[in-house]
Design a protein around this ligand. Sequence first.
Ligand SMILES: [Zn+2]
Length: 333
Amino acid sequence: MVSYKELGLVNTKEMFAKAIKGGYAIPAFNFNNMEQLQAIIKAAAETKSPVILQVSKGARNYANQTLLQYMAQGAVEYAKELGWEKPQICLHLDHGDSFETCKSCVDFGFSSVMIDGSHLPYEENIALTKKVVEYAHAHDVTVEAELGVLAGVEDEVCAAESHYTKPEEVVDFATRTGCDSLAISIGTSHGAYKFTREQCTVDPQTGKLVPPPLAFDILDAIMEQLPGFPIVLHGSSSVPQEYVDIINQYGGKLPDAVGIPEEQLRKASESTVCKINIDSDSRLAFTAAVRKVFAENPGEFDPRKYCGPARDLMTELYKHKIINVLGSNGKAE
Ligand SMILES: [Zn+2]
């Protein structure tokens, strides 16, 4: 049993309270490997932004949970080395699927966990979430829960269609579970193919797909029910077309990949939405950089020569998100 406090990590409580007051959102970036973690920490340290390192069940299986724990501990020390005196870094389990997974993360030094019971009947979601909250709170670990279903595919999480969160359920759910934040469904979606061609309109100028807008009316109704309560948006990558174009130019095949426009995420950041999850965008940046190196230098076989540029492009992406989309720069001086 390791407490996250010994690792120099923080939970989301203070981060979220400040973000809601200040009208910005905390970036939650997923990581699976060293280069991604380096890029996240470098971007957060250089912009002095609080940051949430997200680990999915798939990442735990890929990278090994013991190694991830030490990587997060190392990330705090690395941040200090970069001149960030008081790093505000949270280690968060993304889409915990059972009490056991959440408990093991709490015991392994995570400072925050998500229990995703959104696929369960309402009362079962409440019972499971409540059980996780009781265990986590006993260790001062914060808990994110989910109501409503997001469409799309993300590691093991997959749903064919979305169901918007019902605003009339949120007070009952938050009160009875005691969760610290709530992930809602208002039209964001997991993965790089968030919308079908049929759901989009086509920009006559560029011929690119324009996705349907987020359901801000539902967000407003939820905020009216739960004033000041931390709200989370999953599936909030923007799928930058410049990365998609590089990937396709150098032998990739990502037709019609489309994400959430950044203006809409910026607007959401100013509300009680205080955590925005971004995963696919960094996968696209990584892949674009690697494909470019391989296409231009077919003889290259030193992983540092293609993972290095991938890391640089991800750092640039994370800084852009922090400064231009979420507004969290300078909030963790
Ligand atoms: Zn998610």
